[in-house]
Design a protein around this ligand. Structure first.
Ligand SMILES: [Zn+2]
Length: 408
């Protein structure tokens, strides 16, 4: 990233050490003089702190910068983060699916697994997650003390300050103290961050794909699974405290007379365009003797989004109609977000968009319904659905926390 591309390191709450480490993380490899200029600190302060960080092994010098014309003195060696100096665990608990990853400081996955075995019982899930944490550290030849932070994300309304899942539609969970339960059962004494899984994905983009973002602008992460969320955040170097609400878009009412949603209201976006809604409609179509291609592809297997998209690609008209309706209502929601908040970028992740046809339908609906008086429109970017994006986002949150609270 170009030095100075991000001007808003929120230093007020950080110590000088944390601010220096943060600058090295986001701009490294970077020269000491640039850090001094950027943070408004003196060269001796930078030199002392950087030396301390090098002694701790969290920062190191890298290759020499290019020679400046007409300058023959000693050239400054830039400094950068040591990726293997810190490790973080990220976990996503999403319905019955789970994913875990162990990342180095720069986000490289040293260990990653995902599967489908969670169930409705919260304590059983906590037990399972703690076993997964233990498996991950053992597989990497580490112990829990080697882990700088653990991030956990889940669908639903999360109180991120207290680490509590306040409410989760679909499995009647309320006030589950995830942070306390994991700490107690795993014996992990370090920081545990708990976050909504769409917000976690947004952190993942902020930390690992900053090239998608423009400093000082805002972006939204539209995440479609069994629910639909769309956290909106300003682009800053430290986004953790900056998410605007939880982005629970799924329960925005699109038609008060519409179909019943899992939350008990009628006509929520989620009741039209979520994976859950599409799966329910396709099941109904099969029960009514419709969707012949889907029936053939599915056979005796359990109905999945992958099979539904394959049936649409193979020309199943009933399935196509269900997906077109889902895209239509989702497109209107995207237009509403654009008109209301106008983020400069919206990344979109969902299994519905595994084929280009649905991406095109959505873009078409958006194009046709955008308000013509609003001049700047949101750029839409589809993100390949990935089993690990939630877990990596949760780990990204832990990395942000470790940077802002750095204290050797
Ligand atoms: Zn609802």
């Amino acid at each position: 990233m170009e030095f100075g591309a991000r001007r808003h390191l929120p230093r007020s709450k950080m110590t000088s050490q944390a601010a220096i480490l943060c600058a090295i993380y986001h701009f490294g490899p970077v020269k000491r003089s640039q850090i001094a200029e950027y943070l408004g600190l003196t060269m001796p302060t930078i030199t002392t702190n950087v030396n301390d960080m090098m002694t701790c092994g969290i920062v190191r010098e890298t290759g020499l910068t290019a020679p400046q014309p007409g300058y023959s003195g000693r050239r400054a060696r830039p400094v950068d983060i040591v990726p293997e100096s810190r490790h973080f665990i990220g976990i996503e608990m999403q319905g019955t699916r789970w994913a875990i990853c162990l990342l180095d400081f720069r986000g490289k996955a040293v260990y990653a697994r995902n599967g489908e075995s969670l169930h409705q019982d919260h304590s059983e899930n906590i037990k399972f997650v703690c076993q997964m944490i233990q498996c991950a550290v053992s597989a990497c030849g580490m112990s829990l003390e080697d882990i700088t932070g653990i991030g956990i994300c889940t669908p639903g309304l999360v109180n991120r300050t207290q680490g509590i899942l306040e409410m989760r539609v679909g499995c009647n969970w309320s006030n589950k103290d995830i942070r306390r339960d994991i700490a107690a059962l795993s014996g992990y004494a370090g920081p545990i961050s708990v976050e909504n899984n769409a917000c976690a994905r947004a952190y993942g983009v902020q930390l690992f794909q900053p090239e998608l973002l423009t400093e000082g602008r805002s972006f939204a992460y539209l995440f479609i699974s069994d629910g639909i969320a769309c956290p909106l955040m300003p682009v800053t170097a430290n986004p953790v405290a900056s998410v605007v609400g939880m982005g629970e878009l799924g329960h925005m009412i699109m038609d008060p007379e519409g179909p019943l949603c899992r939350c008990g209201n009628r006509g929520c976006l989620e009741a039209y365009s979520s994976d859950w809604a599409v799966l329910t409609r396709c099941k109904q179509a099969l029960e009514q003797g419709k969707a012949p291609i889907l029936r053939e592809l599915c056979g005796e297997q359990r109905l999945s989004m992958e099979t539904i998209i394959a049936a649409q690609d193979a020309g199943d008209r009933d399935v196509d109609q269900i997906l077109r309706q889902a895209m239509y209502v989702l497109g209107l929601a995207v237009v509403n977000i654009n008109n209301f908040a106008g983020p400069s970028l919206m990344t979109i992740e969902g299994k519905l968009f595994r084929n280009k046809a649905n991406q095109d339908i959505l873009l078409d609906v958006v194009q046709q319904n955008l308000c013509s008086v609003i001049r700047s429109h949101t750029e839409l970017v589809f993100v390949e659905p990935n089993h690990l994006s939630g877990a990596k986002g949760a780990a990204a949150l832990s990395i942000f926390r470790a940077l802002e609270t750095y204290d050797p």
